[in-house]
Design a protein around this ligand. Sequence first.
Ligand code: HEC
Ligand code: HEC
Length: 377
Amino acid sequence: MSTSYKTILSSLGVFWSEKAVPRVKSVFVARALYFMAGFVSLLLAFFVARWWIHTQPFATPPVEVHPLTVPLPAGVPDPADNIRTPEKIALGHKLFFDARLSRSGTISCNSCHTLSGVGVDHRTVSVGEQGRAGPRNAPTVFNTGYLAMLFWDGRAVSLEAQAASPLTTPHEMDMTPDEIVLRLLRSGYLPYFAAAFPEDDEPVSFTNTTKALAAFQRTLVTPNAPFDQYMRGNYKALNERQLAGLHLFQDAKCASCHHGPMLGGDTFMEFAHGVSTDKGRGELPGQEDEQFVFRVAPLRNVTLTYPYFHDGSAATIEQAVSTMINQQVGRPFNEHEAGLIIEFLRTLEGEFPKIDHPELPDNVPDYADLFGVEEPY
Ligand code: HEC
Ligand code: HEC
């Protein structure tokens, strides 16, 4: 018996001494010690098994993802007529930050799409030249290279086409294409355009301005969100609440509209929520039959880009999701379920690149001599 005591006591890690043993005499104590040893071993086995299961990859995803939804592709493809070069990207980077592209010289693309943040201004609607407010909220420029339709109404089909709009819109930068060219020459941009567009005789042009801006914006991607990791097979990238949220997001048909690598951005749907008089695509010439039709908003980084909707009418993601549930889904949800969907939406937050403020060229002092025209401003 005394050997068993030794074994039990040492296995329990009790300090072993020859003197202590004889004191443990009764059979009752021995049984109690056996029982405890068994219990501790079981407990240990349970934790080891739990740890082991946790380290094993799942063979199949715990929640199947909508067939059209895939991870964000590794890079944005270039259109054939605007292949990216380091010089073009560097030029686009400068132009994006240069307020001299606006009439008053105070508004740059970065004023409304702040790249040290998440590419938005966090205003209900944007405010541009002369404090003029536009009718719509500024969407983020991050990941817009993946979108084939730009703006809330999807009216621009490329980033090149899109960039012409803010430069010339009165409530944004309020310039004309000719004024932009003169302003760029005045601002010392000639060598940068010459390096970016070496085959052009007159490299400083409005078209090349939009091309360089587009080339730069195609570098603004936020890869590797937890949901991307999940879709690539790392099923532990989403916790249980987020998985439940993903399930609801798909079960409640959010994914019937919000799908694809951007979880939106590739279809149009009606969205009239009573607050806005903006008719979306119905405002476009010849599209009068598309009243209150908008592009299904892409949802990458959506939890960060408040406020929401084309009119910025939802201040928080909670309000936005609640409106979507009431307006678009037609299935009642409780607050707990809406919270789970938001937990899932957080897994769409990717890794943002660090974008420095670029060094901008100096104004050309002897403008009239150089270009044979009087300085226009
Ligand atoms: C005064 C604020 C303001 C300025 C300045 C501005 N934008 Fe915007 N941007 C907006 C708003 C508002 C929208 C949405 C307009 C709409 O849908 O009709 C938008 C939309 C966009 C989009 C489309 C995003 C999407 O998801 O479809 C891109 C890309 C973009 N802007 C890039 C630029 C570039 C490049 C510049 C500089 C040349 C610029 N913006 C200047 C406010 C601004
Ligand atoms: C019938 C199609 C449809 C369904 C279903 C749908 N949405 Fe939307 N969603 C849209 C459209 C269209 C917009 C853009 C609204 C606008 O132009 O203001 C949008 C916008 C959003 C926005 C705001 C994005 C932003 O940047 O402002 C969020 C968040 C959102 N949806 C989440 C959801 C969730 C969560 C569900 C499911 C409960 C859902 N949606 C179901 C079509 C849909």
